[in-house]
Write a protein that binds this ligand. Structure first.
Ligand code: PFF
Length: 481
């Protein structure tokens, strides 16, 4: 298929790889296992699955349909319905922009680990032996942080500047199958480690004890799972609207809207099957929170012996692919918005220029995240809490998480407020203003049949808005109170 001025996918498979690539990211391989570790394992898994079925699939369908129907990215898509709704699209673009600023710093850190294991394999470094201590070193190695952040950003810019088909689709069509094969290999390798079984038990043995834990409880698990589901499926930021806008009218939207969450969930569970049993086998705690991806996993590879460097390299390589295919979708949300604007004004869009300008600005906005040592204190750039004059004592006493470091601040603003707010309005617009029939009609293009109208009508009108209110409340509470 020839690309038009905006661009279009070359095939449905290419679209699926790109969209699954967007969904599968740090959220799956990092967030999912660590949140499951903290929220009761099995109980979290069950609630997560229910949320995907009753909320995630409907929003996915809604976003894809809005995009394909209008043939425009987030802002333009809402603008087609009413000029007054454009700001809902802008909420998405701004949160994509802010998330990118820290997502790319994390992507850079993943690359640093990948490189460390590679150098070890080549006999050029003793990376594996540095174990958990390396993380502390990395945070204060400002040159290294900047270098890898910049490198990760440049990779993103090159792919997105390449275009929808020749950049994003091409990269995803190679990267995603590779990711899947490597993940399977790691899962199988881990399965043969003595002691791995405890990890599976934690995930799969029916156990709802966490509901009676006064600090977490049922609502706590529901809140964690809802926020995670949302982020993991790349919803609420216009990413799926944008990707949907490049899809041909002849493709089956409803089937695609089922495949993407299915694949995303499968990979999150597989990542759990890699991380949890690995931690169990090597006596590393999986309830340790965000340090899981770096500190805990590095310790696992250190303890693994001869194979540690090799499996470690493969693991971080797959995390790297996952991170890139997600961050390019966020950058595309920003770029596509400008491309649409140029076309609307009758100008020839210069995708390369737009992408590079966005990339450069996002790099600048991300600098404090890369340089504040994630709030460990005494670094080149002060953490927000230090700027506000809050003492280490206040922090130790549990001072709020939103300003512990720049990453938390950006995350609170984007993931905590803008993203759920945008999605809440989107669900009201689709459920009550544009009406679910807009989505069904779009899905029935080209003779495709839409199944389950009653189910989806109920989802759009009631389940999703209520769930979104809950997510918003949960995120705001989590981040700020
Ligand atoms: N879904 C990605 C992850 O799980 O890491 C993150 C993400 C990408 C969120 C794109 C939102 C988005 F628009």
């Amino acid at each position: 298929m020839q690309e038009n001025k905006r661009g279009s996918w070359g095939s449905n498979f290419g679209f699926l790889m790109a969209a699954i690539g967007s969904a599968v990211g740090l959220g799956n391989i990092w967030g999912f296992p660590y949140k499951m570790g903290k929220n009761g394992g099995f109980a979290f898994l069950i609630i997560y699955l229910l949320l995907v079925v009753f909320v995630g699939i409907a929003i996915m369908l809604g976003e894809l349909a809005l995009g394909r129907k209008t043939g425009l990215a987030a802002v333009g898509a809402y603008g087609e319905f009413s000029k007054k709704h454009k700001w809902v699209g802008y909420l998405g673009v701004i949160s994509a922009f802010v998330i990118l600023a820290f997502y790319c710093v994390l992507g850079g850190m993943v690359m640093r680990y990948m490189m460390g294991f590679l150098l070890q394999i080549l006999g050029l470094d003793s990376f594996v032996g540095q174990g958990s201590g390396f993380f502390g070193f990395l945070l204060y190695d400002h040159g290294g942080m900047l270098f890898f952040f910049g490198l990760f950003m440049i990779i993103n810019m090159l792919i997105v500047a390449g275009g929808v088909q020749k950049g994003i689709e091409r990269f995803s069509m190679v990267g995603m199958p590779a990711l899947f094969v490597i993940l399977l290999f790691v899962v199988v390798f881990v399965a043969f480690q003595p002691g791995a079984i405890e990890g599976y038990k934690f995930m799969l043995k029916p156990n709802l004890d966490v509901f009676s834990n006064p600090e977490i409880g049922f609502l706590g698990v529901l809140k964690a799972a809802a926020g995670q589901m949302f982020f993991s499926l790349s919803l609420g930021m216009g990413a799926m609207i944008t990707y949907g806008s490049y899809l041909s009218k002849k493709e089956n939207l409803q089937r695609n809207a089922l495949i993407i969450p299915f694949a995303d969930t499968l990979i999150a569970v597989l990542a759990g099957f890699a991380v949890m049993p690995a931690c169990a086998a090597f006596g590393v705690d999986y309830g340790g929170g965000p340090g899981l991806l770096f500190v805990s996993m590095h310790t696992v590879f250190e303890k693994m012996g001869n194979f540690g460097a090799f499996v470690g390299f493969l693991f971080y390589f797959l995390v790297f692919i996952a991170a890139v295919t997600s961050s390019i979708s966020l950058l595309e949300v920003c770029t596509a918005n400008r491309v649409d604007k140029a076309i609307a004004k009758g100008k020839e869009p210069n995708r390369k220029k737009i992408t590079f300008i966005y990339g450069a600005i996002i790099f600048i906005v991300g600098l404090p995240v890369a340089l504040d040592a994630l709030g460990s204190g005494g670094s080149a750039i002060k953490a927000p809490y230090e700027i506000l004059g809050i003492t280490a004592g206040d922090v130790a006493a549990g001072f709020r998480v939103w300003n512990d470091c720049w990453l938390d601040l950006y995350d609170a603003f984007s993931e905590g407020v803008l993203m759920p707010l945008g999605a809440l309005f989107m669900s009201f617009l689709i459920g009550w203003k544009y009406k679910p029939s807009t989505v069904f009609d779009e899905c029935e293009q080209n003779g495709n049949k839409f199944r389950g109208k009653l189910f989806f009508t109920l989802c759009f009108k009631f389940v999703v808005p209520v769930a979104m209110l809950f997510v918003l409340w949960g995120q705001v509470k989590d981040f700020f109170f």
